[in-house]
Design a protein around this ligand. Structure first.
Ligand SMILES: [Zn+2]
Length: 457
C-alpha cells in the first residue's frame, strides 16, 4: 500500500477490496506487478537480518536503550511533522487516529474494527424501508419533465477546460449553452462508497448512518409520481447488488455493461415517460484510466496505448482522455433531452476527485485529505422550457455559483429544482442552490478509515 498509494491500509481500502469487480481487479494487477521487484528483495533482507541477529549474544541494556531511543525519536518526529502540517489546528483525536491508529501495527486492529462498525450499519436498512418523505408537488405542471442526476467518478476540478485547464478536455461542456459551473463544491468523501450515499440521500459526513436509515432521491421522486429510474455501470456502486438499498423505490433499475450503454438506455426511456427522474452512475475517470473509446485516445503517450514509452505523462494523459470521454457522454445525454423540448435539468458531479501522479492515482490515499481529492466540478444544465417555467430558480442558481457548498446541498437542491416538497422533519430548504439564499455551513469529508471526519476549507 505504501509503494502503490503512499498510505497504510485503511478500512476503506479493505471495503474497496471486498466490493471490487473484475474491471478494477484486472487494472490493479496489470498496473501493480512492478511493486514485487521492491518487495521481494526487502523480504529477503529482513529475513537475513533476523537470522543474523538471532546468532548474536543478547544484551538487555543495549536493547532497552535502542527501544527507548527509537520511541522518543519517532514521537518527536511525528509531533514536529504534525505541528508543521496543521499549524496547531489539529485535534488530539485526529492526531491519535491519523498518526497512531492508522499506522502499523495498530492499523490492522483499528481498521478491522472500523470496517465491522460500518458493516453493522446495514442493520438500519430495514428501518429505512418503512419511512417515507411525504413528497408532494404544489404546482400542477402539464408539460413533460425530465430531471437527471448524473454521477461521474474520480474527476478532479482542475483537469477540465471548463474550469481553466490548459488542455481542451471538455470541448462539449465548454460550448453548450444554459450551463452553470459551481466553482467551490466539495465532495463529502474521497472513496466511492462513502461519497455516493452522501449525494443521493440526506446523509452527511457526520451522519453517514442516515444513508441506511432513510431512503434517497429515487424514493422522493417515486412518491411525487415521477417514473424513477437508476441506470448504473455494472462496475460502480449503484450497479452493485450489495448497495441496492441506495436505489429503494426506483421504478426501474438498469445495469449497463459500459458507460456508452448508459446513454443508449437513457435515450430509449427518455421518450416513454411524461414525468421522468433518472440517476446515472458512470465508471468515468476511475483508475486505471482506460475507460474511453479509441477515438478519444487523443493525449499521447499514455499507459494504455504506449505502455513501453518512457514518459512521466503516461497516467496524466490517460486520465485526460477519460475526461474527454465523460464530456462526450454528458453531451449525448444533454442533446437527447434537448430534442424533446421538455422542462428539464441535468445535474452532473463526480463522486470525488483524484490526485493523479506519474505512477497512477491516489484518491484512496492517506487520511489527510488533499484538495484534488475532494474539490470537484458541479455542473448544472437546464432546458429553455425549464428557464421559462422556473426563471427565479435559474436566477438563484447563477447567483450562488461561487458560494462554498458540498454534497450536503445536493439532496435538497434536486428536490427543489423539481418543485418537490418533503415533510418538514426532512426538509432543509435553504440548502438548495435553487433557493433565494443558501445557509452557509462547514464542510467535512469522511477519510478512508471510515470513521474520522475532517473539516476541509
Ligand atoms: Zn469513486
Amino acid at each position: 500500500m505504501v509503494l502503490l498509494f503512499g498510505n497504510f491500509i485503511s478500512s476503506g481500502n479493505i471495503e474497496a477490496v471486498l466490493m471490487t469487480n473484475t474491471t478494477e481487479a484486472t487494472g490493479f494487477i496489470r498496473n501493480s506487478l512492478y511493486t514485487l521487484w521492491y518487495i521481494i528483495p526487502m523480504l529477503i533482507l529482513t529475513i537475513g537480518i533476523c537470522y543474523l541477529h538471532n546468532k548474536q549474544p543478547y544484551n538487555l541494556k543495549f536493547t532497552l536503550f535502542c527501544a527507548v531511543a527509537s520511541l522518543l525519536i519517532s514521537i518527536g518526529f511525528v509531533a514536529y511533522k504534525q505541528y508543521i502540517h496543521y499549524n496547531n489546528e489539529n485535534t488530539l483525536l485526529i492526531f491519535f487516529r491519523g498518526r497512531i491508529l492508522n499506522r502499523p501495527p495498530y492499523n490492522m486492529f483499528f481498521q478491522t474494527r472500523n470496517l465491522i462498525h460500518n458493516r453493522t450499519l446495514r442493520k438500519y436498512i430495514k428501518e429505512g424501508d418503512n419511512m417515507n418523505f411525504g413528497a408532494t408537488r404544489t404546482d400542477t405542471i402539464e408539460q413533460n419533465e425530465i430531471y437527471v442526476l448524473a454521477i461521474g467518478e474520480s474527476m478532479t476540478y482542475d483537469n477540465l477546460s471548463l474550469t481553466g485547464y490548459h488542455r481542451i478536455t471538455t470541448p462539449n461542456l465548454d460550448t453548450i449553452s444554459n450551463l452553470v459551473l459551481y466553482e467551490d463544491y466539495y465532495a463529502g468523501a474521497y472513496l466511492t462508497h462513502y461519497s455516493v450515499p452522501q449525494i443521493i440521500t440526506r446523509a452527511t459526513a457526520h451522519t453517514y448512518d442516515i444513508s441506511y436509515k432513510e431512503k434517497g432521491l429515487t424514493s422522493v421522486f417515486h412518491e411525487a409520481e415521477f417514473h424513477s429510474v437508476v441506470i448504473a455501470n455494472r462496475d460502480n456502486t449503484l450497479g452493485d447488488k450489495y448497495c441496492r438499498y441506495l436505489n429503494r423505490d426506483a421504478d426501474e433499475i438498469f445495469i449497463a455493461k459500459s458507460d456508452k450503454e448508459i446513454t443508449t438506455i437513457f435515450d430509449s426511456i427518455s421518450t416513454k415517460h411524461k414525468k421522468l427522474f433518472c440517476i446515472l452512475h458512470f465508471w468515468g475517470c476511475h483508475g486505471f484510466y482506460n475507460n474511453y473509446e479509441p477515438e478519444f485516445d487523443i493525449f499521447r503517450p499514455n499507459i494504455n496505448s504506449d505502455p513501453n514509452v518512457k514518459s512521466d505523462s503516461l497516467y496524466y494523459n490517460a486520465y485526460d482522455n477519460t475526461i474527454l470521454y465523460q464530456d462526450y457522454l454528458l453531451s449525448c445525454i444533454i442533446n437527447q433531452i434537448n430534442t424533446l423540448n421538455t422542462i428539464s435539468t441535468l445535474v452532473f458531479l463526480p463522486d470525488h476527485g483524484e490526485s493523479v501522479t506519474e505512477t497512477g492515482g491516489l484518491h484512496a490515499g492517506n487520511c489527510i485529505p488533499e484538495r484534488k481529492e475532494y474539490h470537484v466540478p458541479l455542473v448544472i444544465w437546464y432546458s429553455n422550457e425549464y428557464k421559462n417555467k422556473f426563471h427565479q430558480k435559474i436566477e438563484n442558481l447563477y447567483k450562488h455559483s461561487k458560494e462554498p457548498i458540498n454534497s450536503d446541498n445536493i439532496f435538497y437542491s434536486v428536490c427543489d429544482e423539481a418543485e418537490i416538497q418533503i415533510k418538514s422533519e426532512y426538509q432543509l430548504a435553504n440548502y438548495s442552490i435553487f433557493s433565494d439564499s443558501i445557509q452557509p455551513h462547514k464542510r467535512y469529508v469522511i477519510v478512508p478509515d471510515g470513521v474520522s471526519v475532517v473539516e476541509v476549507k
